[in-house]
Design a protein around this ligand. Structure first.
Ligand code: NAP
Length: 486
């Protein structure tokens, strides 16, 4: 793999959960892969008054904990040489001056400001950076999700961030798009002749996208209760995956060509407002249950969740795209916490053959499907019918599978590693442009308004199941089932 250009990365929220669990281990792995040159600087920034040694001790124990046996002392020494810490309170002017001193004389290097803090600090920090002339022409800013809580607040953040950074300097991150499989989906669609002619109405019967987590709200209850599954998962990850599935082939691999096509999909989403939202969405909230045989508490008993909270921890939606390619093909999306297992997948189910020549299985749902598995393993499986061994032409379901890790010799970057290298290289393809974000919020807001208007409480589901029964009905009424219910 190519060595990355020398960069300075200032990690705001450098003591937080995301930085410690994902971002710093991702940077450590890229160092081990020989991509990070010795002159690079990674500066954790947060309010805590820590010495460099204290910060390094925290980073080290987290890298050890989150790198499953990949940690070694020799590599740690070379990674640690790049890492520093600077106390920066977002609202404290003097702290930016200290950061400025650390970055002095390095104006020629790629400079990245990664906002791994609460979104209400993004604009404040960007304005602080601009006031202290820390934004160079080679600077980039990375914004974590969720960017705002609705269209209005998202616009306000983007507006203020936009006073410090130009749009091509802004990287709005969606870590699902960093997954190898998602990019392989693009490769599969646009690098092969096989699927594209079938990738449309008349050939595709329906599409399912599931992002299921078995964990609960963990330590993020305060944040989660203000946000809910619709804003935490659908507005960004699910809609982005839907765009990748549904977009037209871009004319070039240029980032804006790709983002233009995704934007067209967002604009073509049939609005879900009022009764349409009510009929085509299901909200749920988990009750006590068991995950993998272990009892778990319900959402309302989680620490920091108000006892009367109506925040949804599950949402399922039926979405339609009003375009020539997709008219009449339903897209079913669902996501939730404390579901039976951690499983993220996209399932494209194709139409049945027009005339059945051979004896076929009774189970009508197990026909041609393309299953794109994102979690826990990444891979692609094509379900076909094949002749079963022995006499007669009896068809049975069979699978053509591609396990990326196995096929490509285990060379794999996790989502954040991939996206961080793209940011350092200045490649915007996998990052959301501002108009995409606006379009996503503009589609999401009426759904929340409808939920508020009808004052419906989320439907209860037992932790360890696949969500409320109504989520099954949402798809069964059209004659389909979720793949896990086949
Ligand atoms: P977190 O654990 O609460 O960390 C927040 C960080 O911000 C801490 O380092 C905190 O350190 C710092 N901070 C708080 N107030 C500050 C201030 N006034 N000035 C400067 N720094 C301040 O949050 P997180 O879970 O890492 O999440 C960070 C961002 O990533 C959020 O936008 C979240 O939505 C997003 N995200 C997180 C995850 C995840 O798995 N955790 C996944 C996807 C997206 P001090 O208290 O020392 O200042």
């Amino acid at each position: 793999m190519q060595t990355l250009p020398t960069f300075d990365l200032v990690l705001f929220g450098g003591t937080g959960d995301l930085a410690m669990r994902k971002l710093l281990p991702a940077l450590y792995r890229r160092t081990c892969a020989g991509q990070v040159c010795a002159d690079t600087r990674i500066i954790g920034a947060a309010r805590s008054d820590l010495s460099r040694e204290q910060y390094l001790a925290q980073v080290k124990s987290n890298c050890e904990a989150h790198l499953d046996g990949e940690f070694n002392e020799r590599m740690w020494e070379s990674f640690a040489r790049c890492v520093d810490y600077c106390k920066v309170d977002a609202g404290e002017d003097l702290d930016y001056a200290a950061l400025s001193r650390l970055l002095e004389g390095r104006e020629d290097h790629v400079r990245i400001f990664f906002m791994s803090t609460a979104p209400n600090l993004f604009a404040l920090i960007c304005e602080g950076l601009a006031r202290h002339s820390l934004v160079t022409s080679a600077s980039r800013v990375v914004l974590e999700k969720p960017l705002g809580e609705d269209l209005v607040s998202s616009r306000q953040i983007n507006e203020r961030v936009g006073t410090a950074f130009r749009e091509p300097q802004i990287f709005r991150i969606d870590h699902y798009l960093g997954k190898e499989t998602v990019q392989n989906l693009l490769a599969l669609r646009f690098g092969n002749m096989l699927f594209e002619p079938l990738w449309r109405r008349g050939r595709v019967r329906h599409v399912q996208i599931t992002l299921a987590e078995d964990v609960g709200v963990e330590r993020r209850a305060q944040f989660y209760d203000q946000t809910g599954a619709l804003r935490d998962m659908v507005q960004n990850h699910l809609l982005q995956l839907l765009c990748i599935i549904a977009m037209e082939p871009p004319a070039t691999a240029n980032p804006d060509a790709m983002r233009d096509e995704k934007l067209k999909v967002l604009h073509a989403l049939r609005p879900l407002a009022g009764n349409d939202a009510r009929n085509n969405t299901v909200r749920g909230q988990y009750k006590a249950g068991a995950i993998a045989g272990q009892p778990v508490i319900g959402y309302l008993d989680e620490k920091d969740v108000p006892p009367n909270s109506v925040t949804e921890t599950f949402v399922a939606l039926k979405v339609e795209i009003d375009s020539w390619r997709w008219a009449g093909v339903p897209f079913y999306l669902r996501t939730g916490k404390r579901l039976q297992e951690k499983q993220s997948e996209i399932v494209v189910t194709f139409e049945d053959v027009p005339h059945a020549l051979y004896e076929r299985p009774e189970q009508l749902h197990s026909l041609n499907r393309l299953v794109i598995q994102l979690q826990p393993e990444e891979g692609i499986t094509l379900n076909v019918l094949a002749k079963s061994p022995g006499e007669g032409m009896r068809l049975r379901p069979a699978e053509l599978s591609l396990d990326f890790a196995e096929y490509f010799n285990g060379q794999r970057l996790d989502g954040y590693e991939r996206l961080l290298t793209d940011i350092i290289n200045g490649n915007l393809t996998l990052f959301m442009r501002r108009d995409e974000l606006d379009a996503a919020w503009a589609w999401i807001d009426p759904i929340r308004e409808a939920w508020q208007q009808y004052e419906e409480r989320p439907k209860a589901y037992i932790a360890g199941t696949w969500g409320p029964a109504a989520a099954s009905s949402l798809i069964v009424r059209d004659g389909f089932v979720w793949r896990n219910e086949l």
